[in-house]
Write a protein that binds this ligand. Structure first.
Ligand SMILES: [Zn+2]
Length: 282
C-alpha cells in the first residue's frame, strides 16, 4: 500500500484534501503492481505560494528548466522520492473530470517516473546533429531535450492510465491541455519569423499532443481528439498542425522500451520529420 505524506502550505480546505487523497488512493491501488511505497503530496493554497516554494527548490537542486506557469499540478523527484504538488486555487477551478484526470496524471508520473534518473537525460545524437549546422547553443539543445523528455513522459502516463480503464477523465484532461493558453499564443506571436524560436514553441506543445495520442489509438476518441488537436494547434499553421499530429501519432506507434530509449527514438523522429523541416524553411 502506498503511504501518502501530506503537507499544507497556506489555507487549504480539509474536505478538498480528503477528496483528492481518495482519488489518489484509488489510483495507487488500481495501478498495482508498482514500487511507490511513499509519496509526498504538497497542497498549496494558491499558485503564488507554490511558485515561491519552487523557486527555492530550483535553486537548492540546481534545476535550470523553466517549469512554465500554466500548470495546476506538478510531479517531480528532485529529492529522490516522488513528490506531487497541487495548486488548489487552480485545481478547484477545473471541471470535475479534468480535476480527476489531472490528479491521476500526477499519480501516474509518480508510478512511472518517481526517481531521479527520470530527470537526467543525455543529449541524443539526433539533437546534437540538429544543432551543428545552425550553431545552436548547448542551452538551446538542452531546452529542446527537456521539452521532448516531458512529452515522452506524459505519453507514458496517459498510456498507463488509459490502459487501466481511466478513459473519460483522461479524454477530458487531454482536451483541456490541447486548448492553447494565452501564453502559447503570445509566445508564437513573438517567435514568428525566427525559426529556432518557432521550433521551441512547437516543441513546447508536444507534451499536450502526446498526452492525447495514446488515447487516439482507439477509433472513436481518435476522431474526437483529432479535431480538438487540430483546432488547438491551428494557430501555428494548418501545415504545421497537421504535421505535428501525424508525427505525434507516429511516435505513439513506434516508441518502445525504457523512457530513456523512447526519448532517443522521439528525438530522431522529431528532428527528421518536424524540427528540420521548420528550420530548412528559413
Ligand atoms: Zn505530466
Amino acid at each position: 500500500m502506498t503511504r501518502i505524506i501530506v503537507s499544507k502550505f497556506g489555507n487549504v480546505n480539509r474536505d478538498e484534501i480528503k477528496s483528492i487523497l481518495d482519488i489518489m488512493s484509488e489510483a495507487y491501488a488500481r495501478l498495482q503492481p508498482h514500487n511507490v511505497e511513499l509519496v509526498d503530496v504538497l497542497f498549496f493554497e494558491n499558485y503564488s505560494i507554490l511558485q515561491g516554494f519552487f523557486s527555492r527548490e530550483k535553486t537548492l537542486f540546481k534545476v535550470s528548466e523553466n517549469l512554465g506557469n500554466e500548470f495546476s499540478a506538478i510531479h517531480e523527484a528532485w529529492r529522490g522520492l516522488p513528490r506531487i504538488s497541487l495548486s488548489m486555487d487552480r485545481l478547484s477551478r477545473q471541471d470535475e473530470s479534468v480535476l480527476r484526470g489531472t490528479v491521476r496524471h500526477e499519480v501516474g508520473h509518480s508510478v512511472l517516473h518517481g526517481s531521479l534518473e527520470y530527470y537526467i537525460f543525455q543529449t541524443p545524437s539526433a539533437l546534437v546533429k540538429l544543432g551543428t549546422p545552425y550553431r545552436f547553443s548547448a542551452e538551446y539543445i538542452r531546452n529542446i531535450l527537456y521539452l521532448t523528455a516531458i512529452a515522452v513522459k506524459d505519453f507514458e502516463v496517459t498510456d498507463l492510465l488509459y490502459d487501466h480503464g481511466y478513459h473519460d477523465d483522461q479524454i477530458a484532461y487531454a482536451k483541456d491541455l490541447l486548448k492553447p493558453s494565452s501564453n502559447d499564443l503570445e509566445s508564437w506571436k513573438l517567435a514568428r519569423g525566427n525559426r529556432s524560436a518557432e521550433v521551441l514553441c512547437i516543441a513546447g506543445r508536444l507534451k499536450d499532443l502526446l498526452c492525447a495520442t495514446p488515447i487516439m489509438r482507439s477509433p472513436r476518441p481518435k476522431v474526437e481528439l483529432g479535431k480538438v488537436a487540430e483546432s488547438g494547434l491551428s494557430y501555428f499553421s494548418p501545415a504545421i498542425s497537421k504535421r505535428m499530429i501525424d508525427v505525434g501519432l507516429q511516435l505513439s506507434r513506434v516508441m518502445t522500451g525504457s523512457t530513456h530509449r523512447k526519448v532517443e527514438i522521439a528525438s530522431e523522429i522529431l528532428c527528421e520529420k518536424l524540427f528540420e523541416t521548420i528550420l530548412r524553411n528559413s
